[in-house]
Structure formats: structure tokens, C-alpha cells
Design a protein around this ligand. Sequence first.
Ligand code: NI
Length: 203
Amino acid sequence: MIRKIPLLIVGLLAFMLSAAATFLYIAPNHSQLPRQQVVSGKALIGGPFTLINHKGETVTDKSFRGQYMLVYFGYTFCPDVCPAELAVITDALEMLGEKAARVTPVFITVDPERDTVEQVAEYVSNFHPRMVGLTGSPDQIKAAAKAYRVYYRKAKDASSSAAYMMDHSSIIFLMGPDGQYLSHFAYGTKPETMAAKLAQLIR
Ligand code: NI
């Protein structure tokens, strides 16, 4: 009996460590921590932006009024998390049914250097048919990311400057038809969970 106790403790510790690891680990270069803690209610997330859509048209935050927006910042060369998250958005909207028509999924690049209008157009065509891809000048992207409190930076790459990764926040924001922040989804949210939450929040 006494001999079993240390084993039990070791087992418990191992379990706790693995749970912590799962919680903390997302993927290299992705963080689910916003620059400042997301708070509930009228959070100071979102705001004016002027960007260029994947058709080459200039759009602003006001272009989306009347529609809910699911906003995700990422970049098209992202090997893992970004495509996974955009696939989750796509699947969730497919599960949502009729209310999905009220939601515009929006992908905003944090890598305007490589993500041209053409590159973004090609990329969003892999996901939801109504997904809007946005790029812009480095300053326009900086302003949009600041409005959403999204962190991004070019990752230090020892090998060369030709290929690089971007460190960036990985959070999906739900914005209301008035452009106000409603909710957000952390990395790893399942499409069915997102669809259920959207069904509640969309009126
Ligand atoms: Ni990414």
C-alpha cells in the first residue's frame, strides 16, 4: 500500500505536466495570447481599417457593416496553424446552416511583403467560398493589427532571408453587424463548438 503512493504521485505529476503542455503548446510561431488580455463586454478590439481585398478593391471596416465578421490574422505561407484555423472557420460556417449567410469570414495577412492580392486570392479560394482575403501596405496592416490587438513579427531565421516565418497571434474574432467585438475563439476550438456558439450569438 505504502509503496503504491509514490507511483500514484508520479502518475499524477505526469498527468498534470502533460495537461499543462497541451494547454501551453500551440505550434511554433503562434500565440493565442493577445497583446493585452481580451476582456469581456465592450472590449477595445476592432476599429477602423483600410485594406485591399483579394479582388484588388479598397475596403474599410465599414464595408462589412450589417454582416457579422469572423476575423483571423495570419499569412498564406504559414505551414500549419493558419490553414487549420481557416478550415475550422469554413467547417463551422458549413455546420451553422442558414445563419451562416450573415457571417463574412475575413482573413487578414500579417505578411504583406509576400501576400499580394493575387497570392491572397489564390489562398482564400481553398477555404469558404465567401471568405474575403485582405492585404495592404505594411502601414495599413500594422494599423489593422493594432486595432485588433494582434501581435506579429518576422521570425528570426538563421538560415536565410529568402524564406521566413511570421510569429503571430492566432485568435478568431467575432465582430457584430455594427463592427463591435462580440467574442473570440482560441486556437484549437472545434468547428462544432464554434458553430454552436455562433448559433447562440447570431440573432
Ligand atoms: Ni500562422
